[in-house]
Design a protein around this ligand. Sequence first.
Ligand code: ADP
Ligand code: ADP
Ligand code: MG
Length: 472
Amino acid sequence: MFKRILVANRGECAIRIMRSCTELGIETVAIYTEADRYSLHVRKANHAVMIGPDPVKNYLNIHRIIDVALEMGCDAIHPGYGFLSENADFAKCVVEAGITYIGPDPDAIDNMGNKTKARTAMLAANVPVTPGSEGCLIDIDDALTQARAMGYPIMLKAAAGGGGRGIRRCDDDHELRENFPITQSEAMGAFGSDDLFMEKCIIEPHHIEFQILADQQGNVVHLFERDCSIQRRNQKLIEIAPSNFLTPEVREAMGTVAVNAAKAVNYVNAGTVEFLVDKDHNFYFMEMNTRLQVEHTITEAITGIDIVSEQIHIAAGKTLSFKQEDVSIQGFAIEYRINAEDPLNNFFPTPGLITRYHSPGGPGVRVDGGVYPGYEIPPYFDSMCAKLTVWASTWENAVKRSQRALEEYDIRGVRTTLPFYRHIAASSVFLEGEFHTGFLSLHPELLEYKPYHSREDIAAAVAAAIAAHAGL
Ligand code: ADP
Ligand code: ADP
Ligand code: MG
């Protein structure tokens, strides 16, 4: 087993990884940039090394990070999510430096990280893939020809895309002409490549993804699905597991396909196979994320498996200690991404000083946070500052428990998505439990809420929630 792991990430994500390391008796090394001097991950690690003044770029400096790992005597590096986690060059350089990379091998990252390459590999493996263009689009004329043949609406997508960016729906020639250059430059700016492809637009799809674990001995299992259909601008906000939408038969079929997809590319370590599922339960491969995912916590809640710990064991060459038939779904879990942004102001980021912070607790409540009272959220990073994960035996109880936990959660100083989530969790449409990716646009009333400010407001909200429970 490893003795010391460098965590090439920051904030909530780095802390999550360190927690598993500590439980496994492995020392941790944090890296941080000047703006992150007071970040919680720096305090949680056994050792912390400042890697430079640029708040963001230094976290992407492959050689500096590997040098630090070598200087600090680390035998493995965990990339987390975001930053270098889907960068095949990073994985390659880590391995070449004689350090273990906790993740898939560089070829798998390369082949599955690029969406057009992944589509080609999956088609070859007989995995149902969202209908779309073969490879990348040559130019706007090629795009127009393919879109007309496929039939509108289509989704124009960046081959190297991620994080919900570089995706545009086009309903006709005019929109495609307009969006093509915009999406190209967006993709170039965000991902350093302006390669685009297109998919048929699946109408009112559910975003359902399967968590995979694969060891170096060739064993592959799935840990069932997460329903990530509650999104805004193609970005996930609330995730649930299992999905209320799947039948046992479809769940089993999708799980088998996900495992086969991983096997087809000799995938090792943790990964996620993302599908779009239409209203008739037809499912299509969308992409594979070759890393730990933000919402892995809900899978941990329903399966009892520590995914980060499994990643570490797999990287150390251990055989998976369980088989597919040993994994089962217990209850329901919901994750809320608590972001420092103001939903009432178009989700504009709200960096700033956290003056008060009290996180919820009690049965079935898990908080993965990266902030504390007196911490100033810097403006440079992703606006997610904590994740609330609740678990209960039934969907209805999970919703009620999440209402309770959201009420308990108190973050002051900056606006967050908390009041918005309280409003959603208390709505009857949420309790119904079935949503497609258009859920939030279908329910604009979910954005009509009053952000709580005073103690009296919170007390009133708690009383209202209790009254609502009594009436259920
Ligand atoms: P998923 O894991 O479901 O695919 P995203 O697409 O939102 O979710 O995943 C990765 C995103 O996480 C990155 O694009 C980045 O914006 C964000 N991210 C990166 N590093 C961190 C971090 N340390 N803490 C929180 N969020 C991060
Ligand atoms: P990212 O790499 O940014 O996560 P994805 O390819 O996973 O991008 O797509 C993100 C989201 O965009 C999906 O969850 C879905 O809501 C929407 N989307 C993507 N492709 C399609 C499609 N062909 N039809 C309908 N919605 C789509
Ligand atoms: Mg995705």
